[in-house]
Design a protein around this ligand. Structure first.
Ligand code: AMP
Length: 281
């Protein structure tokens, strides 16, 4: 497994590959868990060893964190990540050794209109601009045939698909379902920062989404009936948002008539967690 630590070296590596060789890419911020590994395993299936190379990127991208967010507290475990990457057949890890290498200048930004103003975009202004900009840079450097992202960050995935189409970026985007802990909590690098008490309280998200699923399966299609009393449901935490949105436009809907998503963001013990449930009528 090669470990590359500057954009220039990645460009050189990519340029040296035979044209027929495929490339898979899995972008992450590291502190790898089974959710990340499911993306890596999928990418490895889509780009088998004999056919191509699998690139894992590990970069805690500063431009997607706002002032006062947890950039300086974001967990990291370089050696652990490299061991997991090796065990899951990654060929190349791109881990920029200095954020400044990814941002030698700050004049060009990628912003997707319309999809990023609400949900996470409302409480994290500029977040998706940072995400889109860094992912566009990674696509330019790696020129993947396939890039795999998780459905846990469903708004991010929707925005990145739009950016990918609009900018004619290389290859295709593939998504993978949310991987959960045994008790249902969506895996997240941030879970490591939850205290024991907050970890227990965070299960309110799981119970909530389960309740929504049951109501949906029982035939409920109206927003308020599906979501119930959210203030009470999330009383132990600090709710950022709960919303029922159209799966394509991400705009709020009051009745589920096509594919829809219930998206949640809430703080427990100072840690912001997100989760979602896809509804297919
Ligand atoms: P992150 O390191 O949090 O930026 O996430 C990197 C990629 O892993 C993104 O495409 C995420 O959507 C995906 N991911 C994170 N957590 C999970 C999970 N629990 N299940 C599936 N994919 C995930």
């Amino acid at each position: 497994m090669d470990i590359l630590d500057t954009p220039q070296v990645v460009q050189d590596w990519r340029a040296s590959l035979p044209a027929a060789r495929k490339v898979g890419m899995v972008p992450t911020m590291g502190f790898l868990h089974d959710g990340h590994l499911s993306l890596i395993d999928r990418a490895r299936e889509l780009v088998p060893h004999l056919e191509g190379d699998l690139v894992l990127t590990i970069f805690v991208n500063p431009t997607q964190f706002g002032a006062g967010e947890d950039l300086d507290r974001y967990p990291s475990d370089r050696e652990g990540d490299l061991a997991k990457a090796r065990a899951h057949g990654v060929d190349v890890v791109f881990a920029p050794r200095d954020p400044a290498l990814m941002y030698p200048s700050m004049a060009t930004w990628v912003d997707v209109d319309g999809l990023g103003d609400h949900l996470c975009g409302a409480s994290r202004p500029g977040h998706f601009r940072g995400v889109c900009t860094v992912v566009a840079k990674l696509f330019s450097l790696v020129r993947p045939d396939v890039a795999v992202f998780g459905e846990k960050d469903i708004q991010q995935l929707t925005i990145l698909r739009r950016m990918h189409a609009d900018l004619f970026l290389s290859g295709e985007i593939v998504s993978m379902p949310i991987v959960r802990e045994a008790d249902g909590l969506a895996m997240s690098s941030r879970n490591a920062r939850l205290s024991g008490q907050a970890r227990g309280e965070a299960l309110a998200i799981v119970r909530f989404l389960e309740a929504v699923r049951e109501r949906f399966e029982a035939g409920e299609r109206v927003r308020d009936g599906l979501l119930g009393d959210v203030e009470q449901t999330f009383a132990a935490g600090r709710l950022d948002y709960v919303e029922l949105v159209d799966a394509a436009s991400l705009q709020p809907v009051t009745v589920v008539e096509g594919p829809a998503i219930v998206a949640v963001a809430a703080h427990f013990g100072g840690v912001r967690l997100i989760d979602n449930l896809q509804l297919h009528p």
